[in-house]
Design a protein. Sequence first.
Length: 163
Amino acid sequence: MNIVIRAYKDRDLPSMIEIWNEVVEEGVAFPQEELLTDVTGKEFFASQTYCGVAEDKDTGKIYGLYILHPNNVGRCGHICNASYAVRSEARGQHIGEKLVSDCLVQGKEHGFGVLQFNAVVAANIHACHLYERLGFVQLGTIPKGFRMKDGHYEDICPYYHEL
């Protein structure tokens, strides 16, 4: 695969919605429980500060995406938040790392000073290792902060990275 990260375009929306919904349905990483439709997906992605997609330059297939938006308002408006999603068939190929690295650049370019993750599921060890390798700092652990799809609770870990 020849993956490039670029800003999303309207033509990417069906793939983005499909990838996002796959992660929501898995029920182990995103807090959302409702799936996106064509209408809600278009509104959702358009409402973000920035959305990037991971495209295979050779085939045009979208393998992942991220959303970037403010984490808060006013005096905390300089802190952004992001979420990442990679097609299950393409996980383990460092697409997530490319998405996060691009997001760090885009966060700074959009005027943010800090990228904060509020709820990284502690059991998602691949994400935790990636964030730490890229210089994120874990702020602690919130016991039983995430309800998994099967109903049991897992700890969550907030992370931040100065931009």
